[in-house]
Write a protein that binds this ligand. Structure first.
Ligand code: SAM
Length: 290
């Protein structure tokens, strides 16, 4: 409690400005730096993540540590991966005295996360919780899901539009290739939105938190996973085209063969990719392989 009182609120804009000035730090657009300045948000994000004192939490992009501090208060241990080499001195100040926190200064897309998790969180349930850099939302989510990491869930703040895609069920209008990928590995849920004014500087768009819970086994069984995702990506590769046209051009296959496979799988030749579920794509993949 005393430590808390001595520490200024990290969401206090005048403190953030003074901190940045003290370390001659200018927020980087290129790194997608929009720091949380709404004091209600960190507790709400951590609530959504469901983590408690048993958990090891992997955070991506701690910034000056606004969410990190709340996570450290409520989880067993927090490991945060940050790419910006200018941030450690600021974090040393804002995270002073927090002994269950560790900073890993690296690009999240280049880290061996499996090894990191094994090393940092032995025997602990692990969750990912982060306010993601919006310019690489998809690559980060795909890495976290596709690497089959021993994690229970991902709770991420992203751009609202991206959140809609992450949370969309395959076979529905809002679905896309990433909705299918998420749904293959996890169940997902839209939790809440946050207005631009909750961040400094305010982004142009609304943000939202999505929670993904990793399935024990993928939602559908496919023989060739790589081929399956290549098919899904191809199907969504050209907006407003039929799945048949998009698959034919995306995979470089004759249109007739693709149409025949789609019909053999039991679908109309003119079906759109958004109308297809994970099972449907699996059926089309099998038909194409025959
Ligand atoms: N968690 C802080 C908050 O909520 O106030 C900052 C969130 S800010 C939207 C995104 C953070 O991700 C920034 O600190 C940025 O430097 C970091 N970042 C950007 N690209 C990254 C990468 N490739 N690997 C790790 N961190 C990255």
């Amino acid at each position: 409690k005393r430590k808390d009182r001595a520490m200024p609120e990290l969401t206090d804009l005048s403190y953030v400005r003074a901190l940045c000035e003290k370390y001659d730090f200018a927020l980087s657009k290129g790194f997608g730096q929009n720091f949380i300045v709404n004091p209600g948000l960190p507790p709400k994000i951590v609530d959504a993540s469901g983590v408690d004192k048993r958990y090891g939490v992997l955070e991506i992009g701690p910034g000056i540590g606004v969410l990190t501090r709340e996570l450290a208060k409520r989880a067993a241990k927090v490991v945060s991966i940050e790419v910006d080499e200018r941030l450690p001195p600021l974090l040393a100040e804002t995270m002073a005295g927090v002994d269950n926190f560790k900073l890993v200064l690296q690009d999240v897309l280049k880290v061996d996360l499996k090894a990191l998790i094994a090393q940092e969180f032995p025997g602990m349930p692990v969750a990912v919780c982060a306010n993601l850099p919006y310019y690489i939302t998809s690559p980060i989510v795909m890495k976290l899901l596709g690497d089959r990491l021993p994690i229970e869930s991902l709770t991420v703040m992203v751009q609202k539009e991206a959140a809609d895609r992450l949370a969309a069920a395959p076979g529905t209008r809002a679905s896309s290739a990433i909705s299918c990928a998420v749904s293959y590995y996890a169940t997902s849920k839209m939790m809440f939105t946050a207005a631009p004014g909750s961040f400094y500087p305010a982004p142009k768009v609304t943000s939202a938190v999505v929670r993904m819970e990793i399935r024990p086994t993928p939602a559908v069984q496919v023989e060739d996973e790589e081929g399956y995702f290549a098919l899904v990506r191809a199907a969504f590769g050209q907006r407003r085209k039929t799945a048949a046209n998009a698959i034919a051009s995306g995979l470089g296959m004759p249109k007739d063969a693709v149409t025949a496979a789609i019909e053999a799988a039991g679908f109309d030749a003119r079906i759109r990719p958004e109308a297809l579920t994970l099972e449907d794509f699996a059926k089309i993949q099998s038909a194409l392989a025959r």
